[in-house]
Design a protein around this ligand. Sequence first.
Ligand code: TGC
Ligand code: FAD
Length: 389
Amino acid sequence: MPQTDFLNFDSLLSPEELQIRDVAQQFVRERVLPVIEDCYERGVYPTEIIKPMGELGFYGCTLPEEYGCAGLNNIAYGLITQELERGDSGVRSFASVQSSLVMYPIFTFGTEEQKRKWLPALAKGEKIGCFGLTEPDYGSNPSDMATRAERTKYGWKLNGAKMWITNGSIADVAVVWAKTGADARSIRGFLVEKGTPGFSAPEIKKKHSLRASITSELIFQDCEIPEENILPNVEGLRGPLSCLNQARYGIAWGAVGSALATYATALAYSLSRIQFGKPIASFQLTQRKLAEMITEISKAQLLAYHVGKLKDAGKVTPAQISMAKRNNVAMALEVAREARTILGANGISAEYPVMRHMNNLESVLTYEGTHDIHTLIIGAEVTGIQAFK
Ligand code: TGC
Ligand code: FAD
């Protein structure tokens, strides 16, 4: 029988992990797949799934139950992102931002009041968050960011702009990183609430990738932030980069989900498409493609799993997470491209999910640290020499 679980990966999972994976898979099958091509074509996010995903406990799922979260392990978190991205990278992006880039910093660096105010509502999907690090002129190099926060009598005044921000235009709260002094050691995190005077978040349109995801600019013009909205427990680039560790880990699993979707589509197509009187699956060149695809997917899944186990044991390093993000996203893009060739002309059609996944992955390859930046993070780890600058 044609299979997607070639190495019996499921045998590594506990009954609870399998159940969580199946719940997420069913959710995607019933609520995401029927609407996603249309959303992609129209360039909108399926907002009707935001609260149902919260009800299922998908947001901030590794955070404790006392804040309304599910208190799951990192394997369960990974399996959820795998299933969401099997549907669409935009849906996984929404959950990654909400969980890893908004709930995680509030939980890790926030006050008790900030946690009580935001975490239960974000967990339920009643409130939406976004994360502003990238700027028009500073992407890979956030330490040079130009956004500034100046002290005032009652708190802080923000000036600057953030670019390419997922969920920006629909967010109730933006976790924004800004310098309070001359260098990167002065970077602080601020909770900027929707409707704050001097804050606007126009949507970025005309994207060819992640079309079923909202991407925005955040603009701050003398935007006054009360003292109680600063995240008090972190300073420096370590703050935002710690959040990225969480999100990059989820992406490593998500990429496997995307690859499973394009591989399964190509496999089924190859068995039913007849050319020269035979299914194209019977040609050696097609089999070679499928063999390469399932081998790389299986390796990537084991890498994500191992990094997840290290993370649960509190032993994972940022460079190990970089290896998983870098390898798995590049793998998923390669699998999508091969799948597209197997589908021939149908590979470019919205009747099949392949080109949508492929185009999405072009963003995933770039965000959360580009493929090149992760190469250099691994390079720095193995040589002890930083080659960024
Ligand atoms: P560097 O001098 O290496 O480090 C500065 C301070 O940060 C600490 N650090 C980390 N801490 C936690 N986790 C990590 N991964 C860390 N990496 C570094 C470091 O120890 C140091 O701490 P301290 O206390 O000594 O000051 O920093 P650098 O300026 O040389 O930069 C290093 C570099 C290039 C690796 C980093 O800037 C980087 O990762 N750049 C990529 C930027 C990026 O990934 N942006 C992502 C934006 S968010 C996004 O894309 C969301 S997509 C959302 C969606 O899913 O839709
Ligand atoms: P640049 O940094 O300008 O890089 C351009 C090229 O130069 C890349 O190939 C890069 O690898 C290469 N390069 C740069 N520096 C080096 C170097 N030292 N050595 C070798 N090569 C180098 N950001 C957020 O803060 N929040 C979000 O929610 C968010 N969501 C996003 C959603 C989408 C759809 C996209 C596309 C991006 C999003 N981003 C977000 C921004 C994303 O993190 C950045 O695009 C990414 O970090 C790269 O920055 P850049 O685009 O400015 O590219």
